[in-house]
Write a protein that binds this ligand. Sequence first.
Ligand code: TYD
Length: 201
Amino acid sequence: MPHARFITFEGIEGAGKTTLASHLAQWLQTQGIPVLLTREPGGSPMGESLRPLLLHQTIDPYTELFLFLADRREHTLRVIRPALHSGTWVLCDRYADSTLVYQGYGRGLDIALIRQLNAIATNGLTPDLTVLIDLPVEVALARANTPNRFEAEGLAFHQRIREGYLQEAARAPERFLILDGQAPIAHLLAPVQQALQRWLP
Ligand code: TYD
C-alpha cells in the first residue's frame, strides 16, 4: 500500500481554505484514495469541546496557546496518526503553522518556544505538503461572515499573520505551496493536484 500523505491548509480567515480542502478531498476520492478531511481546532472529540472556548472566550494568550497545543496533541495521536497508519490520506484545515503564526507572530509569544511545543504536540509529525492561500487582509476579511474573536482583531493583527505565514513558507519552501487567494477556486485546485501527482499511484 503506498504511503498515505498528510496535507494541511493554512491562511488568514476568509482565504478559502475550507472550500479548497473539501474540493481536494472529493477529487482524491475520485482517484480511489481514502481521505479524512479534518480541522483544528476540533477534529478530535476533546477538540470539538475546546473549539467554542477557543473561538469565543476572551482568554490569556498562554492559556490560548496551551489549549491549541492540547487540541493538536489529541488530534494528532487519536485521529491523524491512526488514519495515516491505516493508509488514509489526511487533509487538515489548519495545523501547527496556525499556532506559530497566530500565537507567535500575531499575539507576540516566543516563536522559538512555540516551535518546541509544537514538536511535542505533534510528536514530530510534519505535513508532507502545506497549502498556503495568500491574499490581502482587506479582501479576506470582507469575506468573513460570522466573526469569531480572531476575526474581530484589527487589521494590524491580520497583517502580522499574513507576513508570518509568508516568512514560515520561506523557511520551508519544499513543504509549502503558496496560492493566490484572489484567484477563483477552480484555478486553485489545479496547482495542488499537480503537487500531489508525485504521490499518486
Ligand atoms: P475557524 O472558525 O476554524 O476559522 P477559519 O475558517 O479561518 O479557519 O477558527 C479558527 C480560528 O482559530 C482562526 O481564527 C485561527 C485561530 N487559531 C489559532 O489562533 N491558533 C491555532 O493554533 C489554530 C489551529 C487556530
